[in-house]
Design a protein around this ligand. Structure first.
Ligand code: GDP
Ligand code: ZN
Length: 454
C-alpha cells in the first residue's frame, strides 16, 4: 500500500491562503487527527467531494482556522484519497500545520510526488504531467495556452496519431514476414514508402516547432541596439508601456544595460537597452560600448534601431555588420519625420524591416508581426500540441531517425525485416514520449524537475 504523503502545495511565502495537501489511503484518518470541523462532522463521514470548515490543531493547541477539502479516490488529482487543508498562508502557520500532519502519520512528499502518483494511477499522461509544470512556469498568454493544450492531451493525441500510422505499417510487415506463402497481399512498396514519408513529415513539423515553443515559454534575450538618439529608450518605453530608461535629448547618455521583461505579441522579450556601437576615446563610455557589442552578438534577438530622418553613418553600418549572424529586425524609427535614410541598404541586410514611430506607437503591430515571423512563433498552433521539454524532443528525434532508417532500408531494397525493426524502434520511442512505455529512470527524471508540493 502506498504511503500517505503531505506537503505545502502553495508558494512558501506569506499569502492570503496556503494549502497543505495530503494524499494516500490514510489521508482522511490523518487529517481527522489534526482537523476538527465546527459542526462536528468528521472527514471520515464524508462520502463525496466535501468542504468542511473548522480548526487545525497540534499537541500545543489550535493553529489556525481551516477549510478541509475532501476528495474521495479516484476522483482527485492524484487518484487517491486527498484532503487539502486551506489555512492562512503565513509561512509559520503552514509549517506548523505540515508538522502536525507529519506527527499524525503522513510522510513528506518528494518533489513532484503528487503529480507522479497522478501519472502512476492513470489520471494523466506523462506529457500532460510535464505540462502541469509548464503551466506553473508559463510567463505569457501564448505559453499559458500552449501549456493548457498540453495538459488537455493535445501533444499526446498528436503523437498517438503518428504512432498509430507506424503501428499499422509494422502490423502489415509482420503479417507478411510471418506468413510469406499464404494469402497475405504483397507488401505494397509505394504505399509503405508513402506512409513512412507521412510519419517523417509529421515528426519534422513537430520538431521544427520545438524552438518556437521554447521562445514562447522562456522568451528571448533581446537587445535594442543603435547609435545614440535613434530612439532606443523611447522604443523600450513603448514596449514596456511605462517610463523605464532615462530618455534624453543628449547623445550618449544611455551608457549601461537596462534589463526588463516585456511581452510583445505574447513573446516574452528580456530587454536590454544598450549603448551604441562606435569607436570612442572615453574610457567609461568604452566599457558600455564593448558590452553593447558583446550583447548584440550573443543576443537571441536584436532590434536594430535606425533614425529614418538621418542618413546612415559609420556607426549604423558597424551595427549592421555586427548583427549579420544574429536574428535581427531593422526598426526604422521616427517614421513621423521626413525620410532621408538609405532604405535600400537596410533592405539588403535584414530579413525583417519595420517602420515605426516609437514616440507615437505607430507601427508597433508591424514590429510584433516581424518578431513573430523571425522567431517562427506565428507558425505555431499551440492547441494542436507542441513538444515542450528536451526529453520529449529527444524521443521525437529518435523516432524520426528510426523512420529515416526504415525509409532508407525500404528504398535500398534490403529485406523488409530491416524496415520492420526500424519502424518498431520508432514506435517504441513514441511510446516512451507519451509515457506509455517509459522506463522508471525516464519517469524519475521527469518528476525530479518538479518541486515539492506539486
Ligand atoms: P536613444 O539615445 O537611442 O535611447 O534615443 P532616445 O529614446 O533617448 O530618443 C532620442 C530623441 O529622439 C528623443 O528626443 C526622443 O523623443 C526622440 N524620438 C524617439 N523616437 C521618436 C520618434 O518616433 N519620432 C520622433 N519625432 N522623435 C523620436
Ligand atoms: Zn537610450
Amino acid at each position: 500500500m502506498p504511503k500517505t504523503i503531505a506537503a505545502i502545495s502553495t508558494p512558501q511565502a506569506a499569502g492570503g491562503i496556503g494549502i497543505v495537501r495530503i494524499s494516500g489511503p490514510e489521508a482522511r484518518a490523518i487529517a481527522g487527527r489534526v482537523f476538527t470541523s465546527a459542526r462536528g462532522k468528521t472527514l471520515e463521514q464524508c462520502r463525496g467531494y466535501t468542504a468542511l470548515y473548522g480548526r487545525v490543531h497540534d499537541a500545543e493547541g489550535e493553529i489556525d482556522e481551516a477549510i478541509a477539502l475532501n476528495f474521495i479516490a479516484p476522483a482527485s488529482f492524484t487518484g487517491e484519497d486527498v484532503v487539502e487543508l486551506s489555512c492562512h498562508g503565513g509561512i509559520y502557520v503552514m509549517r506548523r500545520v505540515l508538522q502536525a500532519v507529519f506527527a499524525a502519520g503522513a510522510a513528506p512528499a518528494g518533489p513532484g510526488e503528487f503529480t507522479r502518483r497522478a501519472f502512476l494511477n492513470g489520471k494523466i499522461g506523462l506529457t500532460e504531467a510535464e505540462s502541469v509544470m509548464q503551466i506553473i512556469s508559463a510567463q505569457g498568454l501564448e505559453a499559458g495556452k500552449a501549456a493548457m493544450a498540453g495538459r488537455d492531451g493535445a501533444l499526446e493525441r498528436r503523437i498517438i496519431q503518428i504512432r498509430e500510422g507506424l503501428t499499422t505499417i509494422a502490423a502489415h510487415l509482420d503479417a507478411w514476414a510471418d506468413y510469406p506463402d499464404e494469402d497475405i497481399p504483397e507488401v505494397d512498396g509505394s504505399g509503405l514508402q508513402e506512409s513512412l514519408e507521412h510519419a517523417a513529415q509529421e515528426l519534422d513539423r513537430l520538431l521544427s516547432q520545438f524552438e518556437a515553443g521554447r521562445v514562447l515559454r522562456e522568451g528571448v534575450e533581446t537587445v535594442i541596439a543603435g547609435r545614440p538618439n535613434v530612439g532606443k529608450s523611447t522604443l523600450m518605453n513603448l514596449l514596456s508601456g511605462c517610463e523605464r530608461s532615462i530618455v534624453t535629448e543628449y547623445a550618449g547618455t544611455t551608457r549601461d544595460v537596462v534589463e526588463e521583461t516585456v511581452l510583445l505579441g505574447g513573446i516574452p522579450l528580456h530587454l536590454a537597452d544598450t549603448a551604441g556601437i562606435r569607436a570612442t576615446e572615453d574610457p567609461v563610455e568604452r566599457i558600455g560600448v564593448d558590452r553593447a557589442r558583446e550583447r548584440v552578438q550573443a543576443a537571441q534577438l536584436v532590434l536594430a534601431v535606425f533614425d529614418s530622418s538621418q542618413a546612415l553613418n559609420e556607426e549604423d553600418r558597424l551595427l549592421i555588420e555586427s548583427v549579420q549572424d544574429t536574428p535581427a529586425v531593422a526598426v526604422v524609427n521616427k517614421s513621423d519625420l521626413e525620410n532621408v535614410i538609405d532604405l535600400e541598404y537596410i533592405k539588403n541586410h535584414f530579413k525583417q524591416i519595420v517602420y515605426i514611430s516609437a514616440l507615437s506607437g505607430d507601427g508597433l503591430e508591424a514590429l510584433e508581426q516581424a518578431v513573430a515571423s523571425l522567431l517562427k512563433t506565428n507558425e505555431l498552433d499551440p492547441s494542436s500540441g507542441i513538444l515542450f521539454t528536451e526529453r520529449q524532443r529527444d524521443a521525437a528525434r529518435r523516432a524520426r531517425d528510426c523512420v529515416q532508417e526504415a525509409l532508407d532500408a525500404q528504398r535500398s531494397g534490403v529485406t523488409l525485416d530491416a524496415v520492420t525493426v526500424s519502424v518498431e524502434g520508432a514506435v517504441s520511442a513514441l511510446l516512451e514520449l507519451t509515457g506509455e512505455r517509459a522506463t522508471e529512470a525516464v519517469v524519475d527524471q521527469v518528476f525530479a524537475q518538479f518541486c515539492v508540493g506539486k
